[in-house]
Design a protein around this ligand. Structure first.
Ligand SMILES: NC(=O)c1ccc[n+]([C@@H]2O[C@H](COP(=O)([O-])OP(=O)(O)OC[C@H]3O[C@@H](n4cnc5c(N)ncnc54)[C@H](OP(=O)(O)O)[C@@H]3O)[C@@H](O)[C@H]2O)c1
Length: 299
């Protein structure tokens, strides 16, 4: 919590109309950062009405539009760059954001990067995802601004997407083998990010946001079995059988490919490492996957 003597800097959060950016702003407000010290970057002002009503300043800009970004970043001290959602475009988009931030005089940039075991992006099953994050990290580190890299593990919120809507009938049908992932909730990561921004510490540091345990998809099946009160088996199909089943169910080809690639990354243990950074910033244990899943599947 903060007192009246605390000097607040102007903080700008990008991706503010999305789940993560919006949650970060909510946690900043909860921590006592005045709304007048928070700006939100949005592409569409209509989507930012609720934030505006709370007193947050809305700046309009797209990661593709360099001059709009420059305008939006004027007077900003701390900028949180929430990674973009267009995989093909976001390498260049993030470069735009970093350059515009330098030109506008931003002092400290924070970036929602990705956790990983190796920096060899090309060898990763999710090569483009890794490459865009690693390229952005490099741009940030060579920008001259103070930086904080927030290496996010996988959101627990993604698990239902990997399991599919029919999980109660199909079992956990996912080709991740014994691979473990240190899933943590998006909300926990957003809260910790707000804590980092509000503290104005962690200059030129990399923090790892993961749970304190990593779990396999077999563990997820056991957790779901407990929650639903019925046996949900873990089926570990081959990548080919998995792709075939998804295609037969009408899943579009690019989504099938992406799902296979993510499963392979999980199988290889890309996200199995754990850290206590999240726990320390939250001041408590992160939400467990079991708690998260029981919230989603018991309702
Ligand atoms: N660690 C994980 O497991 C995980 C999982 C999924 C995603 N991610 C990454 O984390 C980011 C945040 O996650 P999320 O759940 O908050 O995603 P989200 O709800 O889809 O939000 C993405 C935000 O980025 C904004 N955005 C996208 N392209 C933009 C552009 N060209 N210019 C300006 N703003 C742009 C969106 O604006 P609009 O509202 O206008 O679309 C939205 O506000 C994602 O974008 C993705 O890079 C991480």
């Amino acid at each position: 919590m903060f007192n009246d003597k605390q000097i607040f800097y102007m903080i700008l959060v990008t991706g503010a109309t999305g789940h993560f950016g919006n949650a970060v702003i909510e946690f900043l407000l909860k921590k006592g950062v005045p709304a007048s010290n928070i700006s939100a970057l949005a592409r569409d002002s209509a989507k930012a009405e609720a934030l505006k009503a709370k007193g947050v300043t809305i700046k309009i800009g797209d990661y593709d539009n360099y001059s709009a970004l420059m305008q939006a970043f004027k007077g900003v001290d701390q900028l949180l760059l929430v990674s973009g959602s267009d995989l093909e475009k976001r390498g260049k988009q993030h470069e735009n954001v970093v350059k515009a931030a330098v030109e506008a005089g931003v002092k400290h940039i924070y970036y929602t990067s990705i956790d990983r075991k190796s920096d060899n992006a090309e060898a990763s099953p999710i090569a483009l995802v890794m490459k865009t994050h690693l390229d952005t990290e490099r741009h940030i580190k060579s920008s001259g601004m103070a930086y904080t890299l927030l290496r996010n593990n996988i959101y627990a919120d993604m698990i239902p997407m990997f399991l599919g809507e029919q999980v109660a009938n199909t079992g956990v049908f996912f080709p991740a083998g014994e691979g473990k992932v240190a899933f943590a909730t998006r909300e926990n990561m957003a809260e910790a990010t707000a804590a980092v921004l509000a503290s104005r510490e962690h200059q030129n540091k990399e923090l790892v946001f993961s749970n304190t345990d990593s779990i396999s998809f077999g563990d997820i099946a056991a957790m779901l079995s407990d929650t639903l009160g019925t046996k949900i088996p873990y089926v570990n199909p081959t990548a080919e059988d998995f792709a075939q089943a998804l295609s037969s169910a009408g899943v579009p080809a690019p989504i099938v490919t992406m799902s296979v690639e993510w499963a392979e990354a999980f199988k290889q243990g890309t996200f199995s490492q754990t850290s206590t950074d999240l726990e320390k910033l939250l001041g408590r244990k992160p939400t467990t996957v079991k708690e998260y899943l029981s919230g989603v599947y018991s309702s």
